[in-house]
Design a protein around this ligand. Structure first.
Ligand code: 5GP
Length: 179
């Protein structure tokens, strides 16, 4: 375990197992409707989850990326800004947004609105983590890996000041790391 990690909340093994389950469920549900989604991952935090998840989606999917501003340190900085947009048309497409964590819900609300405005036929959300106790916007992911308590987490894509994204598990930092 990394020396700055106080505890592991979601193990590497649990992430792998749950990603396989989600991939199977996504495959079944989209296939049943005759739809093939475009997976849109929000940089940078959702990259490890995207990479893990898509190996278990058994359809000829495409994936693309968007970047939005969200957090500085551990606090929200308010309005969500689109830093990098999709550069292809998504008119009439079925979008599966891939997120690392749903916290207040602000990011997903804004990104979903943007994708609908661009003409997406449907927008669904898959998130590795969900922190429902922090929600300020009434929005939920369609597929959730793990529901976690109100703690600031790092690892498997999630950072603290850009570090710890490469940890293979999700954990909580020791208190002294914030001083
Ligand atoms: P929301 O817009 O739902 O409040 O926040 C979503 C974004 O905030 C996530 O994509 C993530 O980048 C960041 N975030 C929210 N909670 C955490 C957390 O516990 N740890 C880290 N590292 N980032 C978080």
């Amino acid at each position: 375990m990394h020396p700055n990690i106080k505890k592991i909340l979601v193990s590497e093994e649990a992430i792998q197992t749950r990603s396989a389950e989600l991939g199977k469920q996504i495959t079944q549900e989209y296939s049943a409707k005759g739809q093939v989604p475009i997976c849109v991952a929000i940089l940078k935090g959702s990259v490890p989850f995207l990479v893990t998840l898509i190996k278990h989606i058994e359809m000829d999917i495409e994936f693309d990326f968007m970047a939005v501003s969200s957090y500085e340190g551990t606090e929200s900085i308010g309005d969500v800004k689109i830093i990098m947009d999709l550069n292809r048309s998504i008119k009439g497409e079925h979008i599966l947004l891939v997120e690392d964590i749903v916290d207040t819900g602000r990011t997903l609300k804004e990104v979903t609105k943007l994708l609908i405005n661009k003409g997406a036929e449907t927008v669904k959300i898959v998130s590795l983590l969900d922190k429902p106790s922090r929600r300020v916007i009434d929005i939920n992911a369609d597929y959730v890996g793990f529901t976690i308590p109100n703690e600031f987490v790092v690892g498997f894509g999630l950072d603290f000041n850009e570090k710890y994204r490469n940890l293979p598990y999700v954990g909580v930092l020791k208190d002294e790391c914030y001083q």
